[in-house]
Design a protein. Structure first.
Length: 138
């Protein structure tokens, strides 16, 4: 397996099957060119399209410094529970360390055992104290 940073809209579009919705060219371009936004793609030998991705965004606060927010992790069904998610999370964590982030965090749907297993295998641990509050602007 090889993990590479996405550098073009075409690379992001090639991973379109992994996203929740259709990749929009203008949004992909904006993401790729925005400071502090990161997207890594996992490629398996002999597979033409990416089999997984992880995206992260550096967050900065005046009293805390920089922290990596793991925005989304996706692995194609046939490649789950084979270390792809773990490798992607570890790559984003390594980048966070390289950039001087003091930590990394992610929100996970309760009951998403596959994601929880990937995060735990990459050294993450739940603190059991979070609730998610959302606003819908659509």
């Amino acid at each position: 397996m090889e993990i590479r940073r996405a550098g073009s809209v075409a690379e992001v579009a090639a991973a379109g099957h992994l996203f929740d919705h259709a990749v929009r060219t203008e949004w992909a371009e904006c993401f790729l060119t925005a400071a502090g936004h990161h997207l890594f793609l996992a490629h398996e030998d002999g597979v033409d399209v990416p089999v997984g991705f992880v995206s992260g965004v550096e967050t900065l606060h005046p009293d805390k410094g920089a922290e990596m927010f793991l925005y989304e992790l996706a692995v194609a069904e046939p490649y789950r529970r084979r270390g792809v998610g773990r490798a992607l999370v570890l790559r984003l964590a390594a980048l966070g360390r390289e950039l001087g982030c003091y930590g990394m965090w992610v929100l996970v749907d309760t009951g998403n055992d596959v994601a929880l297993a990937a995060y735990r295998s990459a050294g993450g641990k739940g603190d059991g104290t979070c609730s998610v509050v959302t606003w819908d602007f659509a």
